[in-house]
Design a protein. Structure first.
Length: 142
């Protein structure tokens, strides 16, 4: 394998990895308690975990269990909540992970942490570079 082919393969792998990381970070922001939302499949309220909303139906939300039962259109769709008329044909739905008002996250997302500067004490050398102690230089004015 020549260098150009190796570089192209490496770039392809890096792009796939970046996309996978982005999806995982996005999913972490959608995991939580969806207050006031009822699963149309099994009737559980509130939905805890991931909430999936159908893009084809006007108001169709499901929990993780019912989403897994749907299996990307190969499984089944239930209407245990029975508050609205839903198609029971799995191919008639297109679910995406969703959150809205009343959402309470359960996963703390960690951003880049910044190291805080060490707090100077009165007997430390002054930050101005005078060589004096802080309390006798710039710190004495405060």
């Amino acid at each position: 394998m020549d260098d150009a082919a190796k570089a192209a393969k490496r770039k392809e792998i890096e792009e796939k990895l970046a996309e996978a990381r982005k999806k995982e970070e996005q999913k972490a922001t959608f995991f939580g308690e969806h207050r006031g939302i009822t699963c149309d499949g099994c009737g559980v309220v509130p939905i805890v975990g991931f909430r999936y909303r159908c893009q084809k139906c006007p108001n169709h939300d499901t929990c993780e269990v019912c989403y897994e039962r749907w299996d990307g259109g190969k499984g089944s769709v239930a209407n245990g909540h029975a508050q609205q008329e839903l198609s029971l044909d799995p191919a008639a739905h297109d679910f995406v992970v969703h959150k809205a008002g009343g959402f309470k996250p359960m996963v703390k997302t960690q951003g880049a942490t910044q190291k805080s500067e060490k707090k100077l004490k009165p007997n430390d050398p002054c930050h101005c570079g005078s060589g004096k102690k802080l309390k006798k230089c710039c710190g004495g004015a405060a």
